[in-house]
Design a protein around this ligand. Structure first.
Ligand code: FES
Ligand SMILES: [Fe+2]
Length: 422
Protein backbone atom coordinates (compact mmCIF):
# COMPACT_ATOMS: atom_id res chain seq x y z
CA UNK A 1 0.00 0.00 0.00
CA UNK A 2 1.43 3.46 -0.77
CA UNK A 3 2.99 4.91 2.39
CA UNK A 4 0.40 7.63 2.95
CA UNK A 5 -2.57 5.28 2.54
CA UNK A 6 -0.90 2.65 4.73
CA UNK A 7 -0.21 5.03 7.59
CA UNK A 8 -3.80 6.27 7.52
CA UNK A 9 -5.02 2.65 7.64
CA UNK A 10 -2.78 1.95 10.66
CA UNK A 11 -3.71 5.12 12.50
CA UNK A 12 -7.40 4.37 11.99
CA UNK A 13 -7.95 7.40 9.81
CA UNK A 14 -9.98 6.67 6.78
CA UNK A 15 -8.03 5.15 3.92
CA UNK A 16 -7.34 7.31 0.90
CA UNK A 17 -8.87 5.13 -1.82
CA UNK A 18 -8.19 7.68 -4.53
CA UNK A 19 -4.48 7.06 -3.96
CA UNK A 20 -5.03 3.31 -4.52
CA UNK A 21 -7.36 3.31 -7.53
CA UNK A 22 -6.52 5.03 -10.80
CA UNK A 23 -8.34 4.77 -14.13
CA UNK A 24 -5.86 2.23 -15.54
CA UNK A 25 -4.36 0.59 -12.44
CA UNK A 26 -5.17 -0.42 -8.88
CA UNK A 27 -2.97 -1.12 -5.90
CA UNK A 28 -2.50 -4.76 -4.84
CA UNK A 29 -2.99 -3.92 -1.15
CA UNK A 30 -6.71 -3.54 -1.85
CA UNK A 31 -6.81 -7.35 -1.82
CA UNK A 32 -4.68 -7.93 1.27
CA UNK A 33 -5.34 -5.14 3.78
CA UNK A 34 -7.59 -6.10 6.72
CA UNK A 35 -8.29 -2.38 7.25
CA UNK A 36 -9.64 -2.13 3.70
CA UNK A 37 -11.64 -5.32 4.24
CA UNK A 38 -13.28 -3.96 7.41
CA UNK A 39 -14.23 -0.73 5.62
CA UNK A 40 -15.70 -2.71 2.73
CA UNK A 41 -17.98 -4.56 5.14
CA UNK A 42 -19.33 -1.25 6.44
CA UNK A 43 -19.48 0.75 3.24
CA UNK A 44 -20.35 -1.91 0.65
CA UNK A 45 -22.19 -4.66 2.51
CA UNK A 46 -23.99 -2.77 5.32
CA UNK A 47 -24.53 0.73 3.91
CA UNK A 48 -25.30 -0.49 0.39
CA UNK A 49 -27.65 -3.10 -1.00
CA UNK A 50 -26.57 -6.75 -1.08
CA UNK A 51 -28.28 -9.86 -2.45
CA UNK A 52 -29.68 -12.15 0.27
CA UNK A 53 -31.63 -14.88 -1.51
CA UNK A 54 -34.53 -15.64 -3.83
CA UNK A 55 -38.10 -15.75 -2.55
CA UNK A 56 -38.56 -19.18 -4.21
CA UNK A 57 -36.20 -20.56 -1.55
CA UNK A 58 -38.86 -20.00 1.11
CA UNK A 59 -42.17 -20.89 -0.61
CA UNK A 60 -44.27 -21.73 2.50
CA UNK A 61 -45.10 -19.80 5.66
CA UNK A 62 -42.40 -20.51 8.26
CA UNK A 63 -39.79 -21.51 5.66
CA UNK A 64 -36.39 -19.98 6.34
CA UNK A 65 -32.87 -19.91 4.96
CA UNK A 66 -29.72 -18.64 6.64
CA UNK A 67 -27.25 -16.38 4.85
CA UNK A 68 -24.36 -14.06 5.60
CA UNK A 69 -24.15 -10.54 4.22
CA UNK A 70 -20.72 -9.06 4.78
CA UNK A 71 -19.96 -10.74 8.10
CA UNK A 72 -23.51 -10.45 9.44
CA UNK A 73 -25.40 -13.76 9.77
CA UNK A 74 -29.00 -13.43 8.59
CA UNK A 75 -32.25 -15.38 8.55
CA UNK A 76 -34.58 -14.84 5.61
CA UNK A 77 -38.05 -16.23 6.31
CA UNK A 78 -41.67 -16.10 5.18
CA UNK A 79 -43.93 -14.77 7.93
CA UNK A 80 -47.61 -15.54 8.58
CA UNK A 81 -48.68 -12.66 6.29
CA UNK A 82 -46.69 -14.25 3.46
CA UNK A 83 -44.11 -11.44 3.66
CA UNK A 84 -40.41 -12.11 3.19
CA UNK A 85 -38.57 -10.90 6.32
CA UNK A 86 -34.84 -10.67 6.98
CA UNK A 87 -33.44 -10.64 10.54
CA UNK A 88 -29.97 -10.85 12.00
CA UNK A 89 -29.46 -14.48 13.02
CA UNK A 90 -28.88 -13.57 16.64
CA UNK A 91 -30.93 -13.92 19.80
CA UNK A 92 -31.73 -10.62 21.50
CA UNK A 93 -30.93 -12.12 24.90
CA UNK A 94 -27.23 -12.95 24.82
CA UNK A 95 -26.53 -13.25 21.16
CA UNK A 96 -26.82 -16.97 20.45
CA UNK A 97 -27.33 -17.92 16.79
CA UNK A 98 -31.06 -18.52 16.40
CA UNK A 99 -31.06 -20.79 13.36
CA UNK A 100 -28.10 -23.10 12.93
CA UNK A 101 -29.32 -25.02 9.88
CA UNK A 102 -29.01 -23.76 6.27
CA UNK A 103 -32.80 -23.96 5.81
CA UNK A 104 -35.97 -25.36 7.33
CA UNK A 105 -39.46 -24.50 8.52
CA UNK A 106 -40.38 -23.05 11.89
CA UNK A 107 -43.57 -21.99 13.67
CA UNK A 108 -41.47 -19.71 15.89
CA UNK A 109 -37.79 -18.95 16.39
CA UNK A 110 -36.82 -20.52 19.70
CA UNK A 111 -33.31 -19.91 21.00
CA UNK A 112 -31.34 -23.02 21.96
CA UNK A 113 -29.59 -21.30 24.88
CA UNK A 114 -32.27 -20.16 27.40
CA UNK A 115 -35.40 -20.77 25.33
CA UNK A 116 -36.54 -17.26 24.39
CA UNK A 117 -39.16 -17.52 21.67
CA UNK A 118 -39.66 -15.04 18.81
CA UNK A 119 -42.61 -14.97 16.41
CA UNK A 120 -42.04 -15.13 12.63
CA UNK A 121 -42.37 -11.34 12.49
CA UNK A 122 -39.53 -11.01 15.01
CA UNK A 123 -41.43 -10.13 18.22
CA UNK A 124 -40.23 -11.58 21.48
CA UNK A 125 -43.22 -13.68 22.56
CA UNK A 126 -42.09 -15.53 25.66
CA UNK A 127 -39.19 -16.10 28.00
CA UNK A 128 -38.90 -19.13 30.34
CA UNK A 129 -39.56 -18.32 34.05
CA UNK A 130 -41.22 -14.98 33.21
CA UNK A 131 -41.68 -13.90 36.85
CA UNK A 132 -38.03 -12.85 37.03
CA UNK A 133 -38.10 -10.82 33.83
CA UNK A 134 -39.52 -7.30 34.06
CA UNK A 135 -38.37 -5.68 30.86
CA UNK A 136 -40.80 -4.64 28.11
CA UNK A 137 -40.63 -7.46 25.55
CA UNK A 138 -41.37 -4.99 22.76
CA UNK A 139 -37.84 -3.59 23.22
CA UNK A 140 -36.32 -6.93 22.38
CA UNK A 141 -37.75 -7.71 18.95
CA UNK A 142 -35.27 -9.18 16.48
CA UNK A 143 -33.08 -6.65 14.69
CA UNK A 144 -31.91 -6.76 11.14
CA UNK A 145 -31.50 -4.83 7.91
CA UNK A 146 -33.24 -1.47 7.83
CA UNK A 147 -34.78 -2.19 4.44
CA UNK A 148 -35.59 -5.34 2.48
CA UNK A 149 -36.80 -5.13 -1.13
CA UNK A 150 -37.01 -7.55 -3.99
CA UNK A 151 -36.86 -7.50 -7.76
CA UNK A 152 -38.23 -10.45 -9.77
CA UNK A 153 -38.05 -12.51 -6.57
CA UNK A 154 -34.36 -11.62 -5.92
CA UNK A 155 -34.33 -10.31 -2.34
CA UNK A 156 -31.84 -7.60 -1.37
CA UNK A 157 -31.24 -5.92 1.98
CA UNK A 158 -29.40 -2.94 3.39
CA UNK A 159 -28.68 -1.88 6.98
CA UNK A 160 -28.79 1.75 5.86
CA UNK A 161 -32.22 3.40 6.27
CA UNK A 162 -31.05 6.22 3.97
CA UNK A 163 -29.71 4.02 1.16
CA UNK A 164 -30.86 4.77 -2.39
CA UNK A 165 -33.81 2.70 -3.65
CA UNK A 166 -33.14 -0.85 -4.79
CA UNK A 167 -34.31 0.32 -8.20
CA UNK A 168 -31.50 2.89 -8.29
CA UNK A 169 -28.96 0.40 -6.97
CA UNK A 170 -29.78 -2.13 -9.67
CA UNK A 171 -29.89 0.48 -12.44
CA UNK A 172 -29.38 -1.16 -15.80
CA UNK A 173 -28.80 -4.56 -14.14
CA UNK A 174 -32.59 -4.88 -13.94
CA UNK A 175 -32.61 -5.75 -17.65
CA UNK A 176 -30.12 -8.55 -16.92
CA UNK A 177 -32.33 -9.98 -14.17
CA UNK A 178 -35.32 -9.68 -16.53
CA UNK A 179 -33.37 -11.69 -19.11
CA UNK A 180 -32.85 -14.43 -16.52
CA UNK A 181 -36.48 -14.80 -15.47
CA UNK A 182 -37.77 -14.55 -19.04
CA UNK A 183 -36.02 -17.81 -19.85
CA UNK A 184 -38.92 -19.33 -17.92
CA UNK A 185 -42.14 -19.71 -19.92
CA UNK A 186 -43.88 -18.41 -16.76
CA UNK A 187 -41.42 -15.58 -16.14
CA UNK A 188 -40.37 -17.11 -12.84
CA UNK A 189 -37.38 -19.00 -11.52
CA UNK A 190 -36.70 -21.31 -8.57
CA UNK A 191 -33.48 -21.59 -6.64
CA UNK A 192 -34.44 -24.83 -4.92
CA UNK A 193 -31.84 -27.33 -6.15
CA UNK A 194 -29.44 -26.65 -3.26
CA UNK A 195 -26.28 -24.56 -3.04
CA UNK A 196 -22.70 -25.75 -3.43
CA UNK A 197 -20.11 -23.72 -1.52
CA UNK A 198 -16.45 -23.41 -2.47
CA UNK A 199 -13.97 -21.83 -0.13
CA UNK A 200 -11.38 -19.61 -1.80
CA UNK A 201 -8.22 -18.53 -0.03
CA UNK A 202 -8.50 -15.29 -1.93
CA UNK A 203 -10.04 -11.87 -1.48
CA UNK A 204 -13.76 -11.70 -2.33
CA UNK A 205 -13.23 -9.04 -5.04
CA UNK A 206 -11.21 -11.47 -7.12
CA UNK A 207 -14.40 -13.50 -7.67
CA UNK A 208 -16.60 -10.86 -9.34
CA UNK A 209 -13.55 -9.54 -11.19
CA UNK A 210 -12.64 -12.96 -12.57
CA UNK A 211 -16.24 -13.82 -13.45
CA UNK A 212 -16.46 -11.00 -15.97
CA UNK A 213 -12.84 -11.11 -17.10
CA UNK A 214 -12.91 -12.29 -20.71
CA UNK A 215 -9.15 -12.09 -21.10
CA UNK A 216 -8.16 -15.16 -19.10
CA UNK A 217 -10.54 -17.77 -20.47
CA UNK A 218 -8.50 -19.06 -23.40
CA UNK A 219 -5.38 -19.22 -21.25
CA UNK A 220 -6.47 -20.39 -17.80
CA UNK A 221 -9.06 -22.80 -19.15
CA UNK A 222 -7.01 -24.09 -22.10
CA UNK A 223 -6.99 -27.68 -20.80
CA UNK A 224 -10.78 -27.59 -20.51
CA UNK A 225 -11.07 -26.17 -24.01
CA UNK A 226 -8.86 -28.91 -25.42
CA UNK A 227 -11.12 -31.61 -23.95
CA UNK A 228 -14.59 -30.11 -24.44
CA UNK A 229 -16.32 -28.38 -27.28
CA UNK A 230 -16.91 -24.91 -25.87
CA UNK A 231 -19.77 -22.60 -26.76
CA UNK A 232 -17.51 -19.58 -26.23
CA UNK A 233 -15.39 -18.06 -28.97
CA UNK A 234 -12.16 -18.33 -26.94
CA UNK A 235 -10.97 -21.02 -29.32
CA UNK A 236 -10.51 -18.41 -32.03
CA UNK A 237 -6.86 -17.53 -32.00
CA UNK A 238 -6.97 -14.19 -33.71
CA UNK A 239 -7.99 -11.23 -31.58
CA UNK A 240 -10.05 -9.66 -34.36
CA UNK A 241 -12.04 -12.87 -34.93
CA UNK A 242 -13.52 -12.92 -31.46
CA UNK A 243 -17.02 -11.46 -31.41
CA UNK A 244 -18.03 -11.63 -27.73
CA UNK A 245 -17.95 -8.36 -25.85
CA UNK A 246 -17.15 -7.12 -22.41
CA UNK A 247 -19.72 -4.76 -20.90
CA UNK A 248 -19.67 -2.18 -18.12
CA UNK A 249 -23.34 -1.59 -17.33
CA UNK A 250 -22.55 1.15 -14.81
CA UNK A 251 -22.96 1.16 -10.99
CA UNK A 252 -20.39 -1.65 -10.68
CA UNK A 253 -22.48 -4.12 -12.71
CA UNK A 254 -20.44 -5.88 -15.40
CA UNK A 255 -20.90 -8.61 -17.99
CA UNK A 256 -19.48 -10.79 -20.68
CA UNK A 257 -21.86 -10.75 -23.63
CA UNK A 258 -21.45 -13.89 -25.74
CA UNK A 259 -24.69 -13.31 -27.68
CA UNK A 260 -22.94 -11.77 -30.75
CA UNK A 261 -21.29 -15.16 -31.34
CA UNK A 262 -24.48 -17.22 -31.43
CA UNK A 263 -26.33 -17.72 -34.71
CA UNK A 264 -28.94 -20.33 -33.72
CA UNK A 265 -30.96 -21.14 -30.58
CA UNK A 266 -29.34 -23.06 -27.71
CA UNK A 267 -25.69 -22.79 -28.75
CA UNK A 268 -25.16 -21.47 -25.20
CA UNK A 269 -26.59 -24.76 -23.86
CA UNK A 270 -24.54 -26.89 -26.23
CA UNK A 271 -27.63 -28.36 -27.82
CA UNK A 272 -30.03 -27.94 -30.76
CA UNK A 273 -33.64 -26.79 -30.92
CA UNK A 274 -34.83 -30.26 -31.99
CA UNK A 275 -33.52 -31.74 -28.72
CA UNK A 276 -35.50 -29.33 -26.56
CA UNK A 277 -38.64 -29.02 -28.68
CA UNK A 278 -41.10 -29.05 -25.73
CA UNK A 279 -39.37 -26.16 -24.00
CA UNK A 280 -39.13 -24.22 -27.29
CA UNK A 281 -42.88 -24.67 -27.87
CA UNK A 282 -43.67 -23.34 -24.37
CA UNK A 283 -41.41 -20.33 -24.92
CA UNK A 284 -43.03 -19.61 -28.31
CA UNK A 285 -46.47 -19.74 -26.67
CA UNK A 286 -45.37 -17.47 -23.84
CA UNK A 287 -43.48 -14.76 -25.74
CA UNK A 288 -44.37 -15.19 -29.43
CA UNK A 289 -42.13 -16.94 -31.93
CA UNK A 290 -40.08 -13.93 -32.97
CA UNK A 291 -39.18 -12.75 -29.47
CA UNK A 292 -38.71 -16.28 -28.11
CA UNK A 293 -36.32 -17.17 -30.94
CA UNK A 294 -34.14 -14.15 -30.26
CA UNK A 295 -34.08 -14.91 -26.53
CA UNK A 296 -33.13 -18.52 -27.22
CA UNK A 297 -30.32 -17.43 -29.54
CA UNK A 298 -28.95 -14.86 -27.06
CA UNK A 299 -29.21 -17.18 -24.04
CA UNK A 300 -28.84 -16.19 -20.40
CA UNK A 301 -26.71 -13.29 -19.16
CA UNK A 302 -23.23 -13.74 -17.75
CA UNK A 303 -23.20 -10.75 -15.45
CA UNK A 304 -22.16 -9.59 -12.00
CA UNK A 305 -24.61 -7.45 -10.04
CA UNK A 306 -22.56 -5.39 -7.58
CA UNK A 307 -21.49 -6.46 -5.02
CA UNK A 308 -22.31 -10.13 -4.42
CA UNK A 309 -24.62 -11.60 -7.08
CA UNK A 310 -23.47 -13.30 -10.27
CA UNK A 311 -26.03 -14.23 -12.94
CA UNK A 312 -23.86 -17.06 -14.17
CA UNK A 313 -25.76 -18.27 -17.24
CA UNK A 314 -27.57 -21.44 -16.00
CA UNK A 315 -26.38 -20.93 -12.41
CA UNK A 316 -26.88 -18.26 -9.81
CA UNK A 317 -23.80 -17.41 -7.76
CA UNK A 318 -23.20 -15.44 -4.53
CA UNK A 319 -19.92 -14.14 -3.12
CA UNK A 320 -19.36 -14.25 0.62
CA UNK A 321 -16.37 -12.39 2.08
CA UNK A 322 -14.74 -13.99 5.13
CA UNK A 323 -11.57 -11.93 5.64
CA UNK A 324 -9.11 -10.08 3.40
CA UNK A 325 -7.68 -13.41 2.27
CA UNK A 326 -10.71 -15.72 2.36
CA UNK A 327 -14.09 -15.92 0.70
CA UNK A 328 -16.77 -18.43 -0.24
CA UNK A 329 -18.48 -18.74 -3.58
CA UNK A 330 -21.99 -20.23 -3.51
CA UNK A 331 -23.72 -21.56 -6.60
CA UNK A 332 -27.01 -23.23 -7.49
CA UNK A 333 -28.64 -24.19 -10.81
CA UNK A 334 -31.11 -21.78 -12.35
CA UNK A 335 -34.39 -23.72 -12.39
CA UNK A 336 -36.95 -22.31 -14.83
CA UNK A 337 -40.56 -22.48 -13.67
CA UNK A 338 -42.77 -24.26 -16.19
CA UNK A 339 -39.91 -25.81 -18.18
CA UNK A 340 -40.22 -29.57 -18.88
CA UNK A 341 -38.32 -31.87 -16.48
CA UNK A 342 -36.02 -33.04 -19.28
CA UNK A 343 -34.95 -29.42 -19.85
CA UNK A 344 -34.40 -28.88 -16.13
CA UNK A 345 -32.16 -31.97 -16.07
CA UNK A 346 -30.03 -30.37 -18.84
CA UNK A 347 -29.81 -27.14 -16.88
CA UNK A 348 -28.59 -28.98 -13.78
CA UNK A 349 -25.94 -30.85 -15.83
CA UNK A 350 -24.87 -27.55 -17.42
CA UNK A 351 -24.54 -25.92 -13.99
CA UNK A 352 -22.54 -28.88 -12.65
CA UNK A 353 -20.33 -28.87 -15.73
CA UNK A 354 -19.45 -25.20 -15.27
CA UNK A 355 -19.16 -24.87 -11.49
CA UNK A 356 -19.70 -28.27 -9.84
CA UNK A 357 -17.11 -29.89 -7.55
CA UNK A 358 -15.60 -31.91 -10.39
CA UNK A 359 -15.90 -29.24 -13.07
CA UNK A 360 -12.85 -27.61 -14.58
CA UNK A 361 -13.82 -23.96 -14.81
CA UNK A 362 -14.24 -23.15 -11.14
CA UNK A 363 -11.19 -25.19 -10.11
CA UNK A 364 -9.02 -23.37 -12.67
CA UNK A 365 -10.24 -19.96 -11.52
CA UNK A 366 -9.84 -20.85 -7.85
CA UNK A 367 -6.19 -21.85 -8.30
CA UNK A 368 -5.45 -18.60 -10.11
CA UNK A 369 -7.16 -16.44 -7.46
CA UNK A 370 -5.29 -18.18 -4.66
CA UNK A 371 -1.93 -17.78 -6.42
CA UNK A 372 -2.74 -14.12 -7.01
CA UNK A 373 -3.55 -13.68 -3.31
CA UNK A 374 -0.28 -15.35 -2.25
CA UNK A 375 1.76 -13.27 -4.66
CA UNK A 376 0.21 -10.02 -3.37
CA UNK A 377 0.77 -10.87 0.30
CA UNK A 378 4.24 -9.34 0.56
CA UNK A 379 5.34 -6.14 -1.06
CA UNK A 380 2.21 -5.25 -3.02
CA UNK A 381 2.57 -3.56 -6.35
CA UNK A 382 0.36 -1.61 -8.70
CA UNK A 383 -1.70 -3.92 -10.93
CA UNK A 384 -2.32 -2.95 -14.52
CA UNK A 385 -5.89 -2.60 -15.80
CA UNK A 386 -5.26 -0.60 -18.94
CA UNK A 387 -6.14 -3.15 -21.59
CA UNK A 388 -8.56 -1.83 -24.20
CA UNK A 389 -8.89 1.68 -22.75
CA UNK A 390 -8.53 3.26 -26.17
CA UNK A 391 -11.06 1.11 -28.00
CA UNK A 392 -14.08 1.18 -25.68
CA UNK A 393 -17.40 2.39 -27.06
CA UNK A 394 -19.89 4.14 -24.78
CA UNK A 395 -23.58 4.39 -25.56
CA UNK A 396 -26.32 5.49 -23.12
CA UNK A 397 -24.00 4.96 -20.16
CA UNK A 398 -23.09 1.40 -21.18
CA UNK A 399 -19.47 0.79 -22.17
CA UNK A 400 -18.65 -2.11 -24.49
CA UNK A 401 -15.34 -3.37 -25.73
CA UNK A 402 -13.50 -6.39 -27.07
CA UNK A 403 -14.00 -9.53 -24.95
CA UNK A 404 -10.36 -9.43 -23.84
CA UNK A 405 -10.48 -5.83 -22.57
CA UNK A 406 -10.46 -4.84 -18.91
CA UNK A 407 -13.52 -2.64 -19.29
CA UNK A 408 -15.54 -4.72 -16.81
CA UNK A 409 -12.82 -4.60 -14.15
CA UNK A 410 -12.41 -0.86 -14.60
CA UNK A 411 -16.19 -0.49 -14.21
CA UNK A 412 -16.10 -2.51 -10.99
CA UNK A 413 -13.30 -0.39 -9.52
CA UNK A 414 -14.81 2.91 -10.64
CA UNK A 415 -17.96 2.10 -8.69
CA UNK A 416 -15.97 0.66 -5.78
CA UNK A 417 -14.09 3.94 -5.45
CA UNK A 418 -17.35 5.89 -5.43
CA UNK A 419 -18.79 3.69 -2.68
CA UNK A 420 -15.62 3.62 -0.57
CA UNK A 421 -15.33 7.40 -0.75
CA UNK A 422 -18.86 7.50 0.64
S1 FES B 1 -29.13 -16.31 24.31
FE1 FES B 1 -31.02 -16.77 23.45
S2 FES B 1 -32.29 -17.24 25.08
FE2 FES B 1 -30.44 -16.69 26.01
FE1 LIG C 1 -12.58 -18.44 -15.56
Amino acid sequence: MPTQALSSARSNQSINYRSLIEPDRIHGSLYTSEAVFQEEMQKIFYRGWAFVGHDSEIPAIGDYITRVIGLEPLIMLRDRDNQVRVFSNRCMHRGNKLCSQDSGNKRALVCDYHGWSFSLDGELKSVPYPAGFDKDKALLSLRGPARVESYQGFVFATFNPDACSLDQHLGKAKSLIDRVVMLSPNGRIHLNAGWVRHKFFANWKMLPENDTDGYHAGHVHSSFLRVFRSQYDVIRNKEEERLSQIVDWGDGHTAIDAAPVYTRPFEWLGTAESKVADYTRLMNEAYGEHKARQMLIDGPPHAVVFPNLFLAEMSIVMFQPISAGESVQWHTPLILDGAPDSFTARVIRQSEGALGPSAFLLADDQVISERQQLALQGHSEWLDLSRGLSREVERDGVIRSHISDETSNRGFWRHYLKVMEG
